[in-house]
Write a protein of this length. Structure first.
Length: 366
């Protein structure tokens, strides 16, 4: 399976006025007295925790930032949905105390993290699991079947009309028009793009020759928009458009059922969770998904969106607030709140236990 290790360029950050204490540390033991969150920790946590990153998490993040105040009334969490790339950049610059990201940090970023978090570096918490829907706007058509090669050829610009035989042959009962296909992609660096192109690279390597990318290939003629809301909005207003986006935000758009083995699997939270259950452990709490699975009921175009924290922070307040928020997010209460808001798949008990072990070990330098 191909690991995601792609270089990422700097992104412009939109909350420069919010000065944060940078992550950091030079080693030290876990400070159990700073434990916080909804898993039996102190209710006296107070302060403001600022993060930024993946726009896919926006609906879930609203539920989490509101819900955590029921456990910790004096804790305020602010989140800027600037996109995964900008979120990681802000975290590494000390502008955010945690990052939301639809892709794990690569080796270069992990090394950079030691400069702001100390030698213990960072860890990833798989906080949000969601299918990436291949969504379209085609009057009178709510769902079509496509295999990986067809999806890749559509997004590479090789299939240009909806009644192309490659699509029509997989949908014998559908009345597909000769409408032009307009591909809509993310204009910003996006972990959703990285997850989607990871699927295309693994499942359709002959048709998708652009590798795994976080920024959409400039060689492909297509339309673009900023963040998840932008691509969904543009697709909704463009007849014949097709895009990829976190399923929780696609609204009334039609969707593609993806061929897995001998069946076509529509996106669903359960089918996405099944893919994650089969994932292999990656580095620093990340996971590696099998995009080429042929197992029944598994939807392979799934994103695991992370919260990225320092193992050690410079001050007690930041350690306390990060720990409290992290614990609430992965708790059953937090995951249920996100599911109700965004329709994502709750993490498994095994994932929760592993995440809590890392979160509860957050400490202060020295």
């Amino acid at each position: 399976m191909k690991a995601l290790r792609i270089g990422r360029s700097a992104a412009v950050l939109s909350v420069a006025a919010l000065a944060l204490t940078a992550c950091g540390g030079n080693g030290g033991s876990t400070d159990d007295s700073s434990a916080a969150g909804s898993e039996g920790a102190s209710a006296e946590v107070s302060g403001t925790l600022i993060g930024g990153g993946a726009s896919s998490q926006e609906s879930a993040m609203t539920a989490w930032t509101n819900g955590v105040t029921e456990v910790h009334p004096d804790l305020t969490v602010q989140y800027d949905p600037v996109g995964s790339g900008a979120g990681r950049e802000g975290f590494l610059a000390g502008q955010y105390s945690f990052a939301g990201s639809d892709a794990a940090m690569d080796e270069e970023e992990m090394a950079s993290a030691e400069e702001v978090c100390g030698p213990e570096g960072v860890f990833h918490v798989p906080s949000y699991i969601s299918p990436v829907a291949v969504a379209f706007n085609l009057e009178g058509v709510d769902e079509v079947n496509m295999d990986a090669e067809t999806i890749a050829q559509v997004f590479a610009g090789e299939i240009t009309t909806w009644n192309d035989p490659a699509i029509a042959d997989q949908n014998p009962d559908a009345e597909l028009p000769d409408t032009q296909i307009t591909v809509v992609h993310r204009a910003d660096e996006s972990g959703t793009t990285e997850n989607f192109t990871d699927y295309l690279t693994a499942a359709a390597p002959e048709s998708w020759t652009y590798d795994v990318v976080e920024a959409w290939p400039a060689e492909i003629t297509a339309e673009s928009a900023q963040q998840t809301s932008g691509v969904v909005s543009l697709t909704q207003t463009t007849d014949g458009a097709i895009t990829y986006a976190d399923a929780s935000q696609i609204g009334e758009l039609g969707t593609v059922a993806v061929k897995v083995g001998e069946e076509y699997v529509p996106y669903s939270a359960a089918a996405a969770a099944a893919a994650v259950e089969k994932a292999e452990p990656g580095e620093a709490g990340a996971v590696e998904l099998d995009r080429t699975t042929e197992e029944a009921g598994v939807y392979p175009i799934v994103l695991v969106s992370y919260h990225i924290f320092c193992n050690q922070y410079q001050d007690q307040e930041t350690a306390d607030t990060a720990k409290a928020f992290g614990e609430y997010v992965v708790s059953e209460e937090g995951q249920s709140a996100a599911e109700a808001s965004a329709g994502n798949a709750p993490i498994s008990e095994t994932t929760r236990e592993s995440a809590l072990e890392s979160i509860q070990a957050i400490s202060v330098q020295g």
